[in-house]
Design a protein. Structure first.
Length: 254
């Protein structure tokens, strides 16, 4: 295991992460906490969140701020972002990570299920960014939106998810222009197949992983910590002139 880069510009900075209780989100909560940032995160899974927060309190001496909520409730999400900034200090980084990648054939999609897909995968990203920009207007900051390489590959039976993740690429470029005058950077991360517990439980069979390894340049698993390390860089001053970009991290799949 390589030693994690230390970013002095993140020490004491407030970072807000959606979907932070498990998977990639939990890896980012851990990574930013270990950098000495003031971390706030939200998730529906209160049990996993409290286990993570307790573990980080023991290992770092600081317990992340957590609120259990549904990011599709825009008013509640925006209120939580403002509340965390009041309690922890001015918001510096927003990470829009919450998502749902469930599969549906086109014939099974209803207007209601389509709107639900957009609500979690796209709408929450925009409205969280809207509030973050308001809070960052005086001091600048970094907004990191999560897309997916599926936005480039367009796999079957994921039309809503793919549409939302493709929209996030364009949204990030547009918001980078909108917010740049306030020194707010906006970038998108496009992960490949990240080996989280959910993927292991749901989709990542031995056969599927073998097929994936045939398609990537780096013949090893892409882990949540790999994605978290990219998020750290995009939040830190080291990436101060990077905005409006879509950064793919997939082991060379695309």
């Amino acid at each position: 295991m390589t030693e994690q880069t230390k970013y002095s510009s993140l020490v004491g900075k407030t970072v807000f992460i959606t979907g932070g209780a498990t998977g990639i989100g939990a890896a980012m909560v851990r990574a930013f906490s270990e950098q000495g940032a003031n971390v706030a995160f939200v998730d529906l899974d209160g049990d996993a969140a409290n286990v993570l927060a307790a573990d980080l309190e023991q290992s770092t001496g600081m317990r992340p701020w957590f609120k259990q909520l549904d990011v599709t409730n825009v008013a509640v999400l925006q209120s939580a972002i403002r509340e965390s900034a009041t309690e922890l200090g001015p918001l510096h980084t927003l990470v829009n990570n919450a998502a749902n990648d469930m599969r549906h054939t086109p014939a099974d999609v209803t207007p209601e299920s389509w709107r639900d897909t957009m609500a979690i995968n796209l709408d929450a990203t925009f409205f969280a960014a809207q509030t973050a920009a308001e809070l960052m207007a005086m001091s600048g900051g970094s907004i990191i939106n999560f897309s997916s390489i599926n936005a480039l590959l367009g796999p079957a039976n994921m039309a809503g998810y793919v549409a939302a993740k493709a929209a996030i690429v364009g949204l990030s470029r547009s918001l980078a222009k909108d917010f740049g005058g306030s020194n707010i950077r906006v970038n998108a991360i496009l992960p490949g197949w990240v080996v989280t517990q959910r993927q292991l439980d749901t989709w990542l069979t031995a056969e599927a992983e073998a097929a994936w390894m045939e398609q990537v340049a780096l013949k090893k698993r892409l882990l949540p910590v790999d994605v978290a390390n990219l998020a750290l860089f995009l939040a830190a001053d080291d990436s101060a002139m990077i905005t409006g970009q879509s950064l793919t991290i997939d082991g060379g799949r695309t």
